[in-house]
Design a protein around this ligand. Structure first.
Ligand code: C5P
Length: 247
């Protein structure tokens, strides 16, 4: 599927969120599952540790999904993305609702920051609508006249039109987005659960195999791995399931 040239093996397609509150706990988790090659650093950990966690991951030759969901005016978005590009992150999130000018500026700046530091170009991807926003909240709080799925699709198209590499989406949306946005558009999907794992608070889940068949490029899978009795074994099991789909 899209971006397949980036996959050295199936492990590169599974991104594990480093949802830990402190640097020590995050590093302990990274070192507990050495086979994981791609980690997601979100707002809590980044605000808590600053760029130290990124340096620790780079020192271990890990790929990094910096999920800070930037949303600001174009100049500020560009500055933040340029700095992220300098860190050598692989994936970076922004909100599509920041608008086209900001998205274009963010993407250009991320590439400039990476080039200036001698890093490979990062892929900037967009959050379309936060999954915590219900159809009701979209209509009555945000006063959006479009239905939620249509609004999410329009935001994906805006991201694509602005030159971004892809979007974060539910696996339920993946098949339609893959059809509309084409093969090279990255679809990064949380909400993935192997059948042997608990759904936790995720409502509409797909298995890794189903999500990949639907068109997902990357799977973000957290608790089925991180809180498993044996996280390394759980990760290996998921890699095996993915290999059965992708060959
Ligand atoms: O543990 P779990 O597999 O549910 O973790 C999924 C990760 O993806 C978490 O870091 C969560 O914050 C993130 N995420 C999500 N759903 C979204 C966007 C991000 O679960 N719509």
């Amino acid at each position: 599927m899209a971006d397949s040239q980036d996959f050295r093996d199936n492990r590169d397609q599974i991104i594990v969120p480093l949802d830990a509150p402190t640097l020590e706990e995050a590093i302990a988790l990274v070192d507990q599952i050495p086979a994981v090659r791609f980690w997601k650093v979100g707002l809590e950990l980044f605000v808590s540790t600053g760029a130290t966690i990124l340096a620790e991951l780079k020192a271990r030759q890990k790929r990094i999904f910096l999920d800070l969901k930037f949303h600001d005016i174009p100049n500020t978005m560009a500055g933040a993305c340029r700095a992220a590009g300098r860190y050598g992150v692989d994936l970076l999130t922004v909100h599509a609702t920041a608008g086209k000018e900001a998205l274009v500026a963010a993407n250009v700046a991320a590439q400039e920051g990476a080039a200036a530091a001698g890093n490979p170009p990062p892929k900037v991807i967009a959050v379309t609508v936060l999954t915590s926003i219900s159809p009701r909240a979209l209509a009555f709080e945000l006063k959006m006249p479009l239905e939620l799925p249509d609004f999410a699709l329009q935001m994906a198209l805006l991201a694509q039109d602005s030159g971004l590499s892809g979007v974060v989406c539910s696996p339920q949306e993946a098949a339609h987005l893959r059809q509309v946005c084409g093969d090279r558009f990255l679809l990064v999907c949380p909400g993935v659960r192997p059948i042997w794992a608990s759904a936790n608070d995720q409502r509409r889940v797909m298995t890794p195999a189903e999500a990949l068949r639907a068109g997902a490029s990357y799977l973000v899978i957290g608790r089925p791995i991180t809180v498993a009795p044996d996280p390394a074994e759980a990760f290996a099991r998921i890699c095996q399931e993915v290999a059965e789909v992708t060959g």
